[in-house]
Design a protein. Structure first.
Length: 75
């Protein structure tokens, strides 16, 4: 399954957090953005449990304030 995770971080930490997130297994890419979120991560996981584990790893990082996960609608 695929998902995008929108991440809010502490001010000035977006590039650092994007690099940390990109190193997490299951994250295919992570990059800083301008807008409602500070970082966007593209995630691929075998199932919902694996996706939740990746989301927890992201949320537990220092300087991460909030996350919001959008699961792809697979047709």
């Amino acid at each position: 399954m695929r998902a995008c995770v929108l991440i809010r971080v502490r001010p000035g930490r977006h590039f650092q957090v994007a690099r940390e997130i990109a190193a997490i297994p299951g994250v295919s890419s992570a990059f800083a953005v301008v807008g409602a979120a500070d970082v966007v991560a593209r995630v691929e996981a075998s199932d919902l449990r694996a996706l939740a584990a990746i989301g927890t790893k992201i949320g537990d990082l220092d300087n991460v304030s909030t996350t919001e996960t959008f699961v792809a609608a697979e047709v």
